[in-house]
Write a new protein. Structure first.
Length: 682
């Protein structure tokens, strides 16, 4: 199957440029948008960070997860390897509380509630934006109101300069760890109001890299200190997506089809001197979605959205390290296949009562279904189905320098299962209130504050995975509070051509946190509500820019202080971890991006620092400490413009100082790697 994919893609990449060359105009310059990483001005009442344009393109990042590391307040859980799982956590509230949206519609996973961001390439990405709370607008779907924080991935829309009707970009990437990545993007103008795009990418890598594994005993003596090769980190993946974009009278519409097919290995933890354990995973992900926005009248706006998704996952794992009971032999094979279906519809109505007062009503409906075939450990599967209805009533009001935005979200969940006593139906109401104020008209200085209550439903795995599930689980409840400011210096004033700073202090409180408790059988865990986590922290983002003759300089800096403590009790008693920092939460973290452009040259330097934290074991004690880590990445890019096409070449160095580090304990990350990219744009 994969040989056929490779043959098809190679033929397409070879012949398409010749087929389209005759259509290419002589002026092949592409319009690039301004580079931004900062909080937007006053209209953004809610804290926001964004990566876009050339900065996103030159960031020396492989996928969306790599780029999100540069946002203040985010933590990426990376289990190593090119194909390893990569998830995002914002303000330590948990991965399940982060809504991830792809071109305006949320990526769903009812099975485990986790979006693997390593699957999504930056090649077609126009911008990445992260909001704490939600977007500062009310013209959005009920789903947009339903997360504690939200990440929006916006793909590129076709842009044609002059009389051009066709854009073609062919790109090839390779790395020093045996990595090959050809891709293309074709954009076609069908009429004055309709255009389309087609893009595809093929990734092939054995994923092997050297690492150093060093551990100490409690008395400080060396337990392990060895250098080895990371195995079972290979990947072979094909991505294909196509979109159609149209303009209406006082409106617009778009439709998209997305397909991802991969076979990959994810290396296991380095424990007991074993270096080759891990699992194999086969994925097929498909979705089709559409969006329509229309100004029906001067006061009434309408938005319609729809999506269908089908996800197939085949998971193979072998456990050779766990002590099992008499019913399961050592080395038992787990060979499971899961089939998810999702159907989603949304309607948003917004009406302007006054020029300064808007109200909106958003109604969403979502259907999820999960089937499975299981081998190895035979258990009875529940085949769950979930019907979710969300209704949001929101309003925003502006008066001089003051803006207030509020909403109430109603959620109704109905579930049907087989082989289970009773599925837990839920009805919840969650409010949110956001305030913004500009005290001085002549200064671009804005104050903000918000309070939001949200919850998350237990996933299908939480409830019905027969080795860990419990149908009596309650949702997790999250309260989040924030105060902050944004200040933008007027362009050209003082030394910088642009300078902005934003800072926020926050407090979070999670109740009924869903945790896994062991039982007599190590393969059978019980999911229960017994956790409480309280967090507080400070986030800052600074953006600077300066033009000196033909040299364009920019700097983007972030810093986060975070404290998240576990106040879990069981049967009224404090656990031994009571008051401890929760796992993988550093007190200090930060990042920096420095970019310099000169004519056709571009240089980019990026830096990430994550301070001391503790691993997933119970207590904050010395033996559980995970040391700080930092990486330095460099990228140099050169563009060459010819009569009919543009050639771009870049050299990137990741982890330039070859630091040995782990994002997740016992999952070593790659050392220094080199990446080479060449692209041709017609």
């Amino acid at each position: 199957m994969y040989n056929l994919k490779k043959t098809f893609l190679a033929a397409f990449l070879v012949f398409v440029p010749f087929l389209l060359h005759s259509q290419a105009a002589t002026d092949s310059s592409r319009v690039l948008k301004e580079v931004i990483l900062k909080g937007k001005p006053y209209q953004e009442v809610i804290p926001v960070q964004s990566l876009s344009g050339v900065l996103l393109q030159n960031l020396a990042s492989h996928n969306v997860a790599d780029a999100l590391r540069y946002f203040a307040g985010t933590q990426i859980k990376d289990y190593g390897g090119v194909g390893g799982l990569k998830t995002v956590d914002v303000r330590n509230m948990g991965t399940h509380h982060v809504g991830v949206f792809y071109d305006g519609i949320q990526l769903g996973n009812a099975q485990n509630g986790v979006t693997d961001l390593g699957k999504y390439s930056l090649d077609d990405m126009e911008s990445l934006t992260m909001y704490n709370g939600q977007k500062s607008e009310i013209f959005q779907s009920a789903k947009d109101f339903a997360s504690a924080s939200a990440i929006y991935m916006k793909t590129k829309r076709p842009v044609f300069s002059g009389s051009k009707k066709t854009n073609l970009l062919v790109r090839y990437k390779t790395m020093s760890i045996n990595y090959h990545d050809p891709s293309f993007r074709w954009e076609q103008k069908l009429s004055d109001k309709v255009s389309m795009s087609v893009s595809s990418e093929y990734i092939k890598s054995n994923g092997q890299y050297k690492f150093r594994y060093k551990r100490k005993n409690q008395d400080g003596s060396t337990a392990y200190d060895t250098t080895s090769t990371r195995w079972n980190s290979d990947i072979e993946a094909l991505r294909f997506e196509s979109g159609v974009y149209g303009q209406l009278n006082k409106g617009s519409w778009d439709a998209k089809v997305y397909y991802y097919d991969s076979e990959r290995g994810a290396p296991g933890a380095i424990v007991e001197n074993k270096f080759s354990d891990g699992f194999r995973q086969f994925d097929k992900n498909f979705f089709a979605q559409a969006n329509l926005v229309k100004d029906v009248s001067e006061k009434y706006k309408l938005q319609l959205k729809g999506k269908f998704a089908y996800d197939y996952t085949h998971y193979i794992a072998r456990d050779t390290t766990t002590v099992l009971d008499e019913t399961v032999t050592e080395g038992a094979q787990s060979d499971d296949s899961y089939f998810q279906q999702e159907t989603y519809f949304s309607a948003v109505n917004m009406y302007s009562i006054l020029p300064t007062w808007d109200v909106s009503l958003s109604t969403d409906f979502q259907y999820n279904k999960l089937n499975a075939t299981r081998r190895g450990i035979q258990t009875q599967f529940s085949f769950p189905q979930r019907y979710t209805a969300l209704v949001s009533l929101a309003s925003s009001y502006r008066y001089e320098g003051f803006k207030v935005l509020g909403n109430v979200l109603a959620t109704r969940v109905i579930e049907e299962v087989k082989y289970n006593a009773k599925a837990p139906n839920k009805t919840e109401f969650t409010p949110a209130l956001f305030l913004g104020y500009t005290p001085f008209k002549k200064y671009d200085f804005n104050l903000r504050a918000f309070a939001k209550r949200i919850f998350r439903m237990p996933t299908f795995n939480d409830l019905y995975y027969t080795m860990v599930g419990s149908s009596t689980l309650r949702p997790e409840y999250m309260n989040q509070y924030d105060v902050g400011f944004t200040y933008n210096i007027p362009a050209g004033k003082y030394f910088f051509d642009k300078f902005s700073i934003q800072a926020d202090a926050y407090y979070t409180n999670t109740k009924d946190k869903i945790v896994a408790a062991p039982t007599g059988n190590l393969f059978r865990w019980m999911m229960t509500n017994m956790g409480q986590v309280k967090g507080k922290g400070v986030e800052t983002v600074v953006n600077m820019g300066k033009n000196i003759d033909k040299i364009n300089l920019s700097a983007n800096l972030t810093y986060t202080y975070s404290q998240s403590q576990d106040f879990t009790k069981f049967a009224g008693l404090e656990l031994s971890s009571y008051g401890d920092q929760i796992p993988y939460t550093p007190w200090h973290s930060g990042s920096g991006i420095l970019n310099a452009g000169y004519e056709f040259w571009n240089f980019n330097y990026s830096f990430i620092y994550v301070g001391k934290r503790y691993n997933g074991n119970v207590n904050n004690i010395k033996v559980n400490e995970v040391q700080p880590w930092y990486t330095h990445d460099l990228a140099v890019q050169k563009s060459f413009t010819f009569n009919t096409f543009k050639l771009n070449g870049s050299v990137e160095v990741n982890n330039a100082f070859n630091q040995n580090y782990e994002v997740i304990y016992n999952y070593p990350m790659p050392g220094r790697t080199f990446k080479f990219i060449i692209s041709i744009e017609l």
